[in-house]
Ligand binder design. Sequence first.
Ligand code: UDP
Length: 331
Amino acid sequence: MAILVAGGAGYIGSHMVKDLVEHGQEVVVADNLSTGHRDAINPKAKFYEGDIRDRKFLDKIFDNEDIEAVVHFAAFSIVPESMSKPLKYFDNNTGGMITLLEAMRDHNIKYIVFSSTAATYGVPEHMPIKETDPQNPINPYGLSKLMMEKMMHWADKAYGIKFVALRYFNVAGAAPDGTIGEDHGPETHLVPIILQVAQGKRKELSIFGDDYNTPDGTNVRDYVHVMDLADAHILAIKYLEAGNESNAFNLGSSTGFSNKQMLEAAREVTGEPIPAKIAPRRPGDPDSLVAASDKARNVLGWDPKYDDVHDIIATAWKWHSTHPKGYDDRD
Ligand code: UDP
């Protein structure tokens, strides 16, 4: 039996595919390559190019392949873009989930592991954030993902499709062997942007706001390594296969780092000066987002290996410094 990874050519999806393949798992990838890269897909995975909103495309995969579970990464994930193009997010993210769940129902596929996000919590009432805390997103990206969680809840009740929603905090890093990494066009995420400045591809880092309610005034986020995240998905599949109930887990490190601290850590890792300036706030950013992640550790047995942001940044730096043009540099 195979695992279907929807969005397996994207940043997190491609690391998931690599992790599954290295665990000896048969993997099928579905991706429309709108933001993903063909070269990011592990060669041992079987690739179907197409869109999860296309029911015929999904039917073809479920008819041809013996799929046991779906891991769903096929979504847009850029908070500021979602503020200016909300309907794009509801169409692809929320709309895509409707088609995917309908196809799963009709093909009797019972398990889905879903990329949810800390952005579903909005402005948290206390820190660290627990899974039971209120979910009131303040941007369309977070809302699109919360709606997807709720759809899975009702699809479980009606059709018995069991789900695990993994609420990611800030994902960073790359496969330690340097073969795959993060390559978004345009890049918006903090760690790759800092490293692009270190490489001389950008003049300076703009830190978006230093008047937040945090110790140094810059936003605080909780960084988790992409391979640790992939491991959590494998544990979530096992959890569902063992017959457990649907559930949601935070994936973070329980430790927050400010944007200024991340910059300092990257200076230490790269040895580069990395010029930076303070710029206006970016719409949609809560002050702090830090996960309580003991539930994933206790229930799934998740044991993240990267507990130091320097190590996370070092794996990202390995990828960026050997692939200055991202996947365009391959071969
Ligand atoms: N950020 C920044 N400058 C940049 C990119 C991001 O100051 O060029 C900040 C952003 O405002 C947020 C943090 O870095 O406080 C993490 O943002 P990112 O886009 O990486 O992830 P998000 O938290 O939106 O998922």
